[in-house]
Design a protein around this ligand. Structure first.
Ligand code: HEM
Length: 399
């Protein structure tokens, strides 16, 4: 299917079959990468190459001016290079340090408890019940968005995630309508945060919006538009990713009852289950970079100006790095993974995502003696390339 005898068709890479299950493609292509597709995309999958590209932000830029997507191009931090990236990240980082995140643990545990104790015994779709419900409550509360707006917040977040994934012009009137709707939602989201930034300047609270409004380095501070754009990034970066981590982890445990029993007995394994889930099914499978100059990666010469896809999800399954890369194996705790990226763009929310996932697993283990797959089929996400997770995850929970 992924023969490299002729140039690879880039459309296959983003098609539903590959988005649903990209792993067979990695097995086939990874040894031959870096590889060029028929429309000029360089695919980087081997772990050494992925870390090399992520470590060299001067050669592999995150400023994606060549991608036809206004929302993506206007997203601060994630899609910026130094010096803008350094400036923005420095101002945001204090709000997300490991120490600050650790201090959130007691109330994140309360939110987790609220969500997990509402899961009834029996058949449940875990996506709405747990995976969607938890991250939006946590991220909204961290940011200082009141509970009555959490539903709207999730809708805004999903619509912005959809917009970021768009490429080029919509191909049908229906698609154009969907994009127009998502654009309106995104505008509402940004306007909401501009309003909140103004309100926090007048009356500071103990939340991330306030931290951003008050953040300054020397004489440098963020404008209200910058605060809004960063809040929108944090919202989208922290929502669907954590949702997918939770779903992937619950599915892995439902398929491995002996693992569930073992972890239930020995809770010290909980963080290892979270890490091995991140390795095996990275919620963010890949992101773009842009080659700023000609460079060598392995056997390939990547030309200046090339569009590059860096596959975190494939690096995590490189046979050179893991003895059995496609098997869930807690022994991989000794090895690194790239699910949160590497280098200057390393995920700012990694401590928070880890905190949520470990607390959610602990609470699930407390409440249920077993979890199994339900009768209804699970559905994996197949329409949002880069994301790896479930759209529907029927499970049976037993006390
Ligand atoms: C399991 C959940 C998560 C995964 C798998 C994940 C993954 C990633 C990855 C791979 C990157 C690097 C992007 C790159 O190299 O271009 C990243 C960056 C980022 N993440 Fe996360 N993320 C998660 C949760 C979160 C959360 C909860 C937040 C917010 C609280 C967050 C905020 C960010 C931000 C702001 C960046 C940009 C950092 C930069 O460019 O300097 N993420 N994330």
């Amino acid at each position: 299917m992924f023969s490299t005898a002729r140039p690879l068709d880039a459309r296959v890479l983003f098609g539903p079959a590959v988005v649903r299950d990209p792993f067979p493609m990695y097995q086939e292509l990874l040894p031959q990468t870096p590889l060029l597709t028929n429309d000029g995309l360089w695919l980087v999958m081997q772990q050494d190459h992925v870390y090399a590209a992520l470590s060299d932000h001067r050669t592999f830029s995150s400023d994606l001016i060549h991608i036809d997507n206004a929302v993506l191009r206007e997203t601060p931090i994630l899609f910026e290079d130094p010096p803008e990236h350094t400036r923005h990240r420095k101002l945001v980082q204090p709000a997300f340090t490991p120490a600050r995140t650790a201090a959130l643990a007691p109330w994140v545990a309360e939110v987790v408890d609220e969500v997990i104790s509402a899961v009834p015994e029996g058949a449940v779709d875990a996506v709405p019940a747990i995976c969607d419900a938890l991250p939006v409550k946590v991220i909204a509360q961290v940011m200082g968005v009141p509970p009555e707006l959490h539903g709207r917040f999730k809708e805004w977040s999903d619509q912005r995630t959809f917009l970021v994934a768009q490429r080029g012009q919509p191909e049908s009137p229906e698609a154009a309508e969907r994009v127009a709707h998502a654009t309106t939602m995104n505008r509402q989201l940004l306007d909401y945060f501009v309003g909140e930034a103004r309100a926090r300047r007048a009356e500071p609270l103990d939340d991330v919006i306030t931290a951003l409004v008050l953040a300054n380095e020397g004489d440098d501070a963020l404008t209200e538009d910058e605060v809004a754009a960063i809040c929108a990034l944090i919202l989208t970066a922290g929502n669907v990713t954590t949702t997918n981590l939770l779903g992937n982890m619950l599915a892995i445990l439902a398929d491995r009852p002996e693992l569930y029993r073992e972890v239930r007995k020995d809770r010290s394994l909980v963080p290892d289950v979270v890490e091995e889930t991140l390795r095996l099914e990275a919620p963010v499978q890949w992101l773009y970079r842009r080659a700023m100059r000609e460079s060598r990666l392995g056997e390939a010469t990547i030309p200046e100006g090339a569009s590059v896809i860096v596959y975190f999800g494939a690096a995590n399954r490189d046979p050179a790095a893991y003895p059995e890369p496609d098997r869930f194996d807690l022994e991989n705790r000794k090895r690194r993974h790239a699910a949160f990226g590497h280098g200057i763009h390393f995920c700012l929310g990694a401590p928070l995502a880890r905190l949520e996932a470990t607390l959610a697993l602990d609470a699930t283990l407390d409440r249920f003696s077993t979890i199994e797959r339900g009768d209804a089929p699970a559905e994996r996400i197949d329409d949002a390339a880069t994301h790896c997770g479930y759209r529907r995850l029927p499970l049976v929970f037993s006390h």
